[in-house]
Ligand binder design. Structure first.
Ligand SMILES: Cc1cc2nc3c(=O)[nH]c(=O)nc-3n(C[C@H](O)[C@H](O)[C@H](O)COP(=O)(O)O)c2cc1C
Length: 358
């Protein structure tokens, strides 16, 4: 099925990237993309934070910004979907063009700047999905971020938790997109502790007995000292997990020069090793105490497995949908099963952190 996409891809690439994305969302919503064959694989199932993940591959934030295609995404083989980033008020984001491809390098640059229909529209879409009687199996994470105009981040994160927290299986606080001025400043000890305290307070008020776990999504562009600081702050501040990583500001020199000159965050294959290294570091720095969702340049089962062995309990992808097509999650699930079997594991959780030795 992945191979079939190789035939379709040249036609998809005739469209501008954002247009191709819009068409894909429409096609998914309209049921025009057939579901992948179901895989019944107990070896891939895990329970984390009391949530049952049918497979460890998730759809990363940014693809389904307005919670429109959660159901169809589960049909493609994703075990969980992280919808968003949603902002409280609707906003347009940066002017287009704002997504760019470098096909020979399997890379994407985006400077979307959180275009969002806003939390009211997001909530209506989510409610529609959650109220379905035939709701497919899978975990729904919500990725939240602040409006461009906001100068007090905790106000926006608080408002989003109040409105959407009760509907979330888990929440990701996005403080690492490179396209919202000031957002990445939250990636240091004091601002993060303050934000976590505000978020926990809102969660207590809004979610009562069923508080969704709160994860923090970080950038790959952090030096060793910052990583150490943030790992400690995440533990001290009571974060429930980490999403590692967002896109990078780095530009490896082999990239196409015009492509590399575009402003924004780089994702896809050039990010693979960097993000795996960051996962490896945080797993070590947190003593494996905080579950990690690994993301960045996963395009096949081996790359997913590398992140799991580095310490990720779950993984996500986005850019590989562009280059490998809609059935990439299904292919990775199958490939992971084969890798587990090869290495004598009966359960995916046995492979988590395996690269760290005993
Ligand atoms: C077009 C595009 C839009 C994105 N939007 C968001 C977003 O709104 N929120 C977020 O946390 N990450 C966003 N991301 C980052 C992805 O979730 C992911 O962290 C990153 O792309 C690395 O994974 P990948 O190499 O599999 O794409 C976006 C990525 C792309 C390519």
């Amino acid at each position: 099925m992945v191979d079939l996409y190789k035939l379709v891809r040249p036609f998809v690439f005739l469209m501008a990237p954002e247009q191709a994305h819009r068409v894909t969302i429409h096609a998914l919503k309209a049921g025009l993309v057939p579901a992948a064959p179901k895989i019944d694989a107990p070896a891939l199932e895990q329970t984390l934070w009391g949530l049952k993940f049918p497979t460890p591959i998730g759809l990363a934030a940014g693809f389904d910004k307005n919670a429109q295609v959660i159901g169809p995404a589960f049909g493609l083989g994703f075990g969980f979907v992280e919808a968003g980033t949603v902002t409280p008020k609707p906003q347009h984001g940066n002017p287009p063009p704002r997504i760019f491809r470098d096909p020979p390098n399997g890379a994407v640059i985006n400077r979307m700047g959180f275009p969002s229909a806003g939390m009211n529209a997001f909530k209506a879409n989510l409610e529609q999905f959650l109220s379905r009687k035939d709701r497919p199996r899978g975990v729904v994470g919500l990725n939240i971020g602040m409006n461009k105009s906001q100068t007090e981040p905790s106000k926006d994160y608080g408002a989003l938790i109040r409105m959407l927290g009760p509907m979330a299986d888990y929440i990701t606080i996005n403080i690492s997109s490179p396209n919202t001025p000031g957002l990445r400043d939250l990636q240091s000890r004091e601002p993060l502790l303050e934000l976590l305290e505000a978020v926990h307070e809102e969660r207590r008020k809004a979610c009562g007995d069923h508080p969704p776990p709160v994860l923090v999504k970080l950038a790959p562009d952090l030096d060793e000292a910052q990583q150490e600081d943030l790992a400690k702050a995440a533990l001290d501040g009571g974060a429930d997990g980490l999403v590692l990583t967002n896109t990078t500001l780095e530009r490896p020199d082999y990239l196409d020069a015009d492509f590399a000159a575009e402003k924004g965050g780089l994702s896809g294959q050039p990010l693979t090793d960097t993000s795996t290294r960051v996962i490896h570091n945080f797993y070590r720095l947190t003593g494996g105490k905080l579950p990690i969702i690994g993301v960045g340049g996963i395009g096949n089962a081996r790359q997913a497995y590398d992140k799991i062995k580095a310490g990720a309990s779950l993984v996500q992808l986005y850019s590989a949908l562009v280059y490998e097509g809609p059935y990439v999650a299904h292919a990775i699930n199958r490939g992971l099963l084969a890798l587990l079997q090869r290495d004598g594991y009966t359960d995916i959780s046995q492979a988590v952190g395996a690269a760290h030795g005993d």
